[in-house]
Design a protein around this ligand. Structure first.
Ligand code: PNS
Length: 177
């Protein structure tokens, strides 16, 4: 008997704040396309976080970053904003897999709890973790922003384009204070 689930294209959602997208995020996006046929990068509106970039800017930056690493990926990866509960969004777009990147042990508690809660909400959706590559283990958007605000060099954590946008936005914020 044919396995219908196996015949269907495997759609995954890679959710996150992407404020800003780092080299680590881009590495996960590239590798996630080996696991799913189609990947939706879900950029969370996340009203509780004070984002440096607007939702529209973050979607655009992620799109540009994907096009810059590999034009071939653009056909299989879509970047969309999402608001509300992740599990509702995953269902709405017809995905069956959530992709998350995992760095060292520090992410584990948070990811373990989130995966457990999400699994309760919808046990048919699987969360798949990709271990961050060795060179990206320590990169976090939050720390990249902090280093940027304090005038440190962020060029080994984000692309040149993101570094430029980030530096400009930080300067804008500091001059309006
Ligand atoms: O990049 P981040 O900030 O670690 O991503 C966190 C994100 C966006 C995946 C998480 O906050 C999320 O899923 N937000 C949507 C709201 C939701 O579903 N909350 C319940 C999680 S158990």
């Amino acid at each position: 008997m044919a396995n219908q689930a196996a015949d269907r294209p495997r759609v995954g959602v890679y959710p996150g704040s992407f404020d800003p997208p780092t080299n680590g995020h881009l590495d996960i996006i590239r590798r996630a396309t080996r696991v799913v046929n189609k990947l939706i990068v879900g950029v969370a509106v996340n009203p509780s976080k004070d984002a440096l970039f607007t939702i529209g800017e973050r979607v655009k930056i992620v799109e540009q970053e994907i096009a810059a690493i590999d034009h071939g990926l653009s056909g299989r990866v879509e970047v969309r904003a999402f608001e509300g509960l992740l599990m509702h969004y995953v269902r709405d777009v017809g995905a069956t897999i959530i992709i998350r990147g995992l760095r060292a042990v520090t992410d584990f508690d948070y990811e373990f709890q989130m995966t457990g809660m999400n699994a309760r909400l919808d046990p048919e959706i699987e969360t798949v973790f990709l271990m961050a590559s060795e060179s990206h283990q320590f990169i976090s958007s939050r720390m990249v922003k902090e280093i940027g605000v304090l005038g440190g060099n962020i060029t080994s954590f984000v692309s040149a384009a993101v570094a430029k946008s980030l530096t400009a936005r930080i300067a804008e914020r500091q001059s309006s204070k």
